[in-house]
Design a protein around this ligand. Sequence first.
Ligand SMILES: NC(=O)c1ccc[n+]([C@@H]2O[C@H](COP(=O)([O-])OP(=O)(O)OC[C@H]3O[C@@H](n4cnc5c(N)ncnc54)[C@H](O)[C@@H]3O)[C@@H](O)[C@H]2O)c1
Length: 353
Amino acid sequence: MKNILVTGGAGFIGSNFIHYLLKNYEDICVVNLDLLTYAGNLDNLSQVCDDPRYHFAKGDIHDRALVEELFDQFAFDTVVNFAAESHVDRSITNPDIFLTTNILGTQTLLDVAKRHWKLDPDDKYSYEFKEGVKYLQVSTDEVYGALGATGMFTETTPLAPNSPYSASKASADFVVRAYNKTYGMPVNITRCSNNYGPYQFPEKLIPLMINNCLSGKNLPVYGDGMQIRDWLYVEDHCAAIATVLEKGVVGEVYNIGGNNEKANIDIVKLIINSTGKSEDLIVHVKDRPGHDRRYAIDNTKITTQLGWAPKHTFETGMASTIEWYLSHGEWMEKIVSGAYMSYYEKMYANNKL
Ligand SMILES: NC(=O)c1ccc[n+]([C@@H]2O[C@H](COP(=O)([O-])OP(=O)(O)OC[C@H]3O[C@@H](n4cnc5c(N)ncnc54)[C@H](O)[C@@H]3O)[C@@H](O)[C@H]2O)c1
């Protein structure tokens, strides 16, 4: 892993991953291709923008000519695809862009990488690729659908996505799989549970609740708040992706999770207590259509076969996360713009139970 294309690197997990790479690998060239949608924020990378190992290109993963140009210029040996429309609520109101970016964008990246990496790109029966190249698709546990009160998702759980977002991610996973099966392309897919940590856009549960607590606003909780998610500190996710890049068996899928099942309402209460606010701020709003009730990840494969394990407990991770948001008020301030506020109003206004 020397010349890496990181797509969606101005988003939450992508920017954390770029910080992780630059901190842990000296001899590396990282190119961040990001369209800078509402979720992309170059402030997340202000500390590294002058690092000679880091380059930024603004653009769409679905722009084949641009992706070709970057491959010609940087001769990537690794692609990590974070770029996506990632918010379930937005996928319910506007599914089109989810299908375009998450499925077609992924196929563009795969196709350009195949052309550059295949030893004889014109021989359709050849499965030979350059040494040491790999495409990693950052997927999600949401592709598996929802669980009942018990059980866990393993890598062999059938895909059963329930939202336009998860359907687009599951479709992309199938395309990645097909590039491996049909062309012999060296790929891995990772499916991670919910992440939390620095630089997360405040439409997602944890930064939304921290931000609202700090500004004394109501805390909108979907339905009874008993939706259960399996939470992982973002740095542990980044370390898991680096592990899969280095040691993952080509063609394999790896689930990533921290064995931290929590109900949304308990997370909201934890944030209220940590910021010294009152539970009176909680307002229950109508539940999201098709809201999955419970996710839980079985991480046995990555822990036993590749030796990865999370380093942060939920308690230490949440404490650092809250501390980070408390000390980065300016970062939050810049994001909470007019555009964001009108989106927020649209999502939650008149939905009171
Ligand atoms: N956040 C989570 O808890 C979580 C958990 C598991 C998997 N994932 C997956 O991880 C990836 C990153 O998630 P995130 O939470 O950091 O998302 P995010 O929304 O914070 O960031 C997405 C980034 O992709 C960029 N982008 C969007 N469309 C693009 C396009 N067409 N071309 C180039 N860039 C584009 C955006 O500008 C943004 O910077 C996604 O693929 C998501 O499905 C997220």
